[in-house]
Ligand binder design. Structure first.
Ligand SMILES: [Zn+2]
Length: 954
């Protein structure tokens, strides 16, 4: 599954940090560990699923369908006389159960019981022994979900004639197959599936495999039988019944039919997916040396109007949010073009890593999602090298994981989960981004060719099966070249520390004479270095005299637990930098002499030949070392002065993340905030001028991403020329209908609304939203509407998320909340008031498992004053919150208190740097750009910051 949190743009243009992200920071061990799991004795072999979804289910009022499932299974243990499987009784009503023991069929309907906490149905008093096959025939009535987008659920859209059309679709990962049909709903309980659906004539049914046959049953019903699936997990089953149509991709890879499907009106925006999909598939076929067609006879990619995650890798029938599959060359931005390509790569990589070979249980979710994240970038890079996704990986994935994995309480990659809530919580930044970062580190430890051979062997030996990390290490061990990797211990021993331990190391380099000594400690947000966790760390480095600067990423040394590494310099080197291309998952700090030398080199011509990815590394490490009080901000600002000259997208992304954090803490409109803004604006002069508003170059992806970055930030910081130009573009759009450049639309919309007191500007854009049919445009507008500084408009906007007929889809409700919260200072109070006044309705309407949790955490991250902390405290006391939410509010209060403490700790250093007196009695000056009203009560800035500790995935 791909989360919706691909907010790699941490600036004013952004955002898609929503969905059902479950930001559980620490998981208490489950009280009843075994109860949520089936006993490990069942071996399902074949499901025959017959569903009847009548035409009444495609109306606004009726959601009923019916089904019969026949499951053939055996057991591997004689010790039990009961049979257990999963049924979610909120959606399924079991009508009868017939048990077949090979000799007779016994009606055991009176012999069943249910546990609605664990969703386990138990059939008692049956003799089951090893070596025999049994059957269960379960007849049931089902309900399509209309309250969330999990299980078998209903979605709708309005066609060109203004008619509402309904469709029924599925989202089973991780634990919702049991909502659609009774099953052994655990990833290791793989089986084959025969799926047979009766549906209204004239509608299209798709499932994982090709249609076997299609027959007319009555004038109203047709019956579609699908080919038997390969052996697979229940969470990967999918079916969609709609009036969509599909187009064939122009090229077939290995003779596998490949279609892109959507509502018919959107057919013109399928061509990018049709073009890129086969290229991605061919690249993965080649990388894995296992043809997709060996297990699946077709591939469909389908855009679903209502979808909670970003996309889902159902084997052979991949489902997407519309905005991540449908791309219009005239109207959709380059950023969305990249999303479509990378998310297709992510989902198609899962066809091998997840579908063909599946993790044993959700405790090892990173085996699925870490690999999918890795190939999301590197497969796309193989197909489109000019997008430089190998470098984007460092700033989007590695640095994001390093910013996230910094709390004492955070879970390691591999951690035990049991309850449904814990399982959902594994779909987080650790599994995706840390997992992906560790796989990239292993690739560089082993060398790309050896890593690839190891993965090929791993896939081959475990296909149609399930794995734990040890299975992967075993195969990788075999293809490791010891001399290349210079390993101090076997690979599995080395990797164990990265998988089972929480956090990551900080490597400290200290110069003594001509020797650089390296030591390690855990990097923690608290700055606490007393933790005993230590790692086997692959050390690479470059010195000023190395000819092949930064190119080598094979380990030159290993920094082992409880020891140091000494590097002897010849004396001619003017600098040394560790962690070439940031392939190691760690940060580096140097003593002041070594930092000075690096700083000097960066100020020379061509930045001392220091590679742009290592410049990005230095900047990100510096800001995070300063944040944790290990380097002073005044030193950081001195060391990054070279950004005056540097217009690299890769240098600037972490720099703006660093500044964004600072501005969020001190408040954009405060005295200090304005000093920081002016400093930043002056530092980015070269960047801004190298990407003029009127000069677009769509064919250059990095230029375009950089232009959006530079223009959004300059306008946000109040650059007069930028603001004026973008406001003019908005007026032109409003007056004569000329649409702004598709890449700058977010910046244009947001800047215009931020500076407008005229509510007709907001209404103009809202009407554009209502009339837009393209999902990328709708999403861009929704993100921008929160930029207004008019509290009444913002309140009205938030209230619309609770209104089913407002035109805001349930999948987008959280986007609206984040837009109001994140895009300007005024919105923080508005969002806080809204959340507190409507929390009960939010839990119901926002339709994700943890929307209130995510809201509270997002809010807390913006809070920095005692007044705001008190507001949260009053909220817990005055509201009737459930215990689980009280815990979250308390967590939020701790976060806000930490923010306050941070401010007290660092403001002197910042004030000193900017040579202004630290007087709290000075009223904050009026905003320089005239648009953002100064808000003394809320010293927080309005940026969506990806560095948010609590941003996480689904
Ligand atoms: Zn995924």
């Amino acid at each position: 599954m791909k989360g919706t949190n691909m907010a790699v743009l941490p600036y004013t243009s952004i955002v898609i940090l929503l969905g059902t992200a479950t930001c559980i920071l620490s998981q208490e061990p489950s009280e009843a560990v075994l109860n949520y799991r089936l006993r490990p004795i069942y071996r399902p072999h074949l499901y025959q699923i017959n569903l009847t979804v009548p035409s009444s289910a495609f109306t606004p009022t009726d959601n009923a369908y019916s089904g019969i499932v026949n499951i053939t299974f055996s057991v591997v243990d004689n010790s039990s006389s009961i049979i257990e499987l999963h049924v979610d009784r909120e959606y399924l009503q079991v009508q009868s159960v017939v048990f077949g023991n090979g000799e007779q069929n016994i009606d055991v309907s009176q012999n069943i019981s249910f546990n609605d906490d664990t969703d386990i149905m138990t059939i008692g008093n049956q003799s089951i022994v090893v070596g025999k096959n049994y059957t269960l025939e379960i007849t049931f009535g089902g309900l399509l979900s209309t309250t969330d987008m999990n299980g078998f659920y209903k979605s709708s859209y309005t066609d060109v004639n203004g008619t509402t059309k309904y469709l029924a679709t599925t989202q089973f990962q991780p634990t919702s197959a049991r909502r659609a049909f009774p099953c052994f709903d655990e990833p290791a309980l793989k089986a084959k599936f025969d799926i047979n659906i009766k549906l209204p004539t004239g509608m299209l049914a798709l499932s994982n495999t090709l249609r076997n046959s299609s027959t007319i049953v009555t004038t109203e019903l047709q019956e579609v039988q699908f080919e038997r699936t390969p052996t697979m997990s229940t969470y990967l089953i999918a079916f969609v019944i709609s009036d969509f149509d599909c187009t064939n991709a122009p090229t077939m890879v290995d003779n596998v039919p490949h279609q892109v499907c959507s509502r018919q009106e959107a057919s013109s925006s399928r061509s990018w997916a049709e073009e890129i999909g086969p290229k991605v598939l061919a690249s993965l076929n080649n990388y894995t040396q296992i043809g997709y067609g060996e297990s699946m006879g077709k591939l469909d990619q389908i855009a679903i109007p209502d979808f909670s995650a970003g996309a889902m890798e159902n084997w052979g029938l991949v489902t997407y949010r519309e905005a991540y599959l449908l791309w219009d060359p005239e109207e959709s931005s380059n950023r969305y073009k990249q999303y479509v390509a990378t998310i297709i790569s992510h989902e198609l990589a899962h066809q091998w890593f997840g579908n063909l070979v599946t993790m044993q249980w959700w405790s090892e979710t990173f085996l699925n999602e870490g690999f999918a994240t890795f190939f999301e970038y590197f497969t796309t890079h193989d197909v489109l090298p000019e997008w430089e996704l190998d470098k984007q990986y460092v700033i989007d994935v590695v640095q994001n994981a390093l910013r996230f994995d910094v709390l004492e309480s955070i879970q390691p990659l591999q951690s035990n989960v049991s309850t449904t809530k814990e399982v959902f919580a594994k779909f987080n930044t650790i599994s995706y981004h840390k997992g992906g970062s560790i796989f990239r580190m292993i690739e560089h430890i082993m060398g790309a060719a050896n890593f690839r051979s190891g993965l090929q062997a791993y896939l081959k030996s475990h296909r149609y099966n399930n794995t734990v990390p040890e299975d992967l290490w075993t195969e990788l061990n075999k293809t490791t070249d010891l001399s290349y990797s210079n390993l101090p211990e076997p690979l599995d021993v080395v990797l164990d520390s990265w998988i089972k331990k929480t956090g990551f190391p900080l490597v400290k380099a200290t110069l003594n004479g001509s020797t650089v000594t390296l030591t390690q400690s855990r990097f923690l947000l608290s700055g606490n270095t007393s933790s005993t966790s230590e790692w086997f760390i692959p050390i690479t480095y470059t010195t000023s005299t190395d000819e092949n600067k930064f190119a080598s990423t094979s380990p030159r040394e290993w920094l082992k637990p409880n020891s140091a590494v000494n590097i002897t310099l010849s004396g001619n080197e003017s600098w040394i930098i560790l962690n070439n291309h940031m392939t190691g998952f760690y940060r580096v700090n140097y003593d002041s002499t070594l930092w000075d030398r690096i700083g000097k080199a960066l100020r020379t011509e061509n930045f001392g030949d220091i590679h742009e990815v290592n410049r990005a590394q230095i900047i990100d490490d510096l800001f995070n070392l300063a944040r944790t009080n290990q380097v002073r901000y005044s030193e950081v600002f001195g060391l990054i002065e070279f950004l005056n000259e540097d217009a690299s997208y890769f240098s600037w992304t972490p720099a703006l993340n660093g500044f964004s954090f600072l501005l969020e803490r001190v408040g954009r409109e405060s005295d200090l905030g304005q000093k920081i803004s002016s400093h930043l604006l002056s530092l980015m002069t070269n960047l801004y001028e190298s990407t003029p508003i009127r000069h677009s170059n769509e064919s250059d992806q990095i230029y375009t991403l950089k232009q959006v970055l530079a223009q959004s930030w300059a306008c946000y910081l109040g650059h007069p020329n930028c603001t004026q130009q973008l406001r003019t573009l908005y007026s032109e759009y409003k007056i004569n209908g000329s649409r702004p450049n598709k890449n700058l639309r977010d910046a244009v919309y947001c800047t215009a609304l931020r500076h407008s007191n005229d509510s007709s500007d907001w209404e103009f854009l809202w009407n554009k939203y209502l009339n837009a049919t393209l999902a990328t445009e709708k999403s861009t507008i929704l993100n921008s509407l929160g930029c207004s500084t008019n509290e009444i408009l913002l309140e009205g906007y938030l209230n619309m998320t609770l209104n089913d007929t407002s035109g805001i889809r349930s999948q987008d409700r959280y986007t609206v909340f984040l837009s109001v919260l994140s895009r300007n200072t005024v919105g923080i109070d508005v969002a806080a008031r809204f959340m507190m006044a409507n929390y009960a309705e939010i839990i119901e309407k926002y339709q994700s498992m943890n929307s209130l949790t995510n809201m509270l955490m997002s809010l807390a991250n913006k809070f920095t004053t005692q007044q705001e902390i008190n507001m949260l405290k009053n909220f817990t006391e005055s509201s009737n919150l459930k215990e689980e939410y009280v815990t979250v509010v308390n967590s939020a209060i701790s976060t806000a208190e930490a923010n306050l403490k941070w401010m007290q700790q660092f403001e002197d250093d910042l004030y000193t740097y900017y040579e202004i007196s630290n007087s709290t009695t000075n009223p904050p000056p009026t905003s320089t750009n005239g648009g953002i009203s100064a808000n003394t009560g809320t010293n927080i800035v309005a940026l969506l910051v990806v560095i948010s500790l609590f941003s996480c995935y689904n």
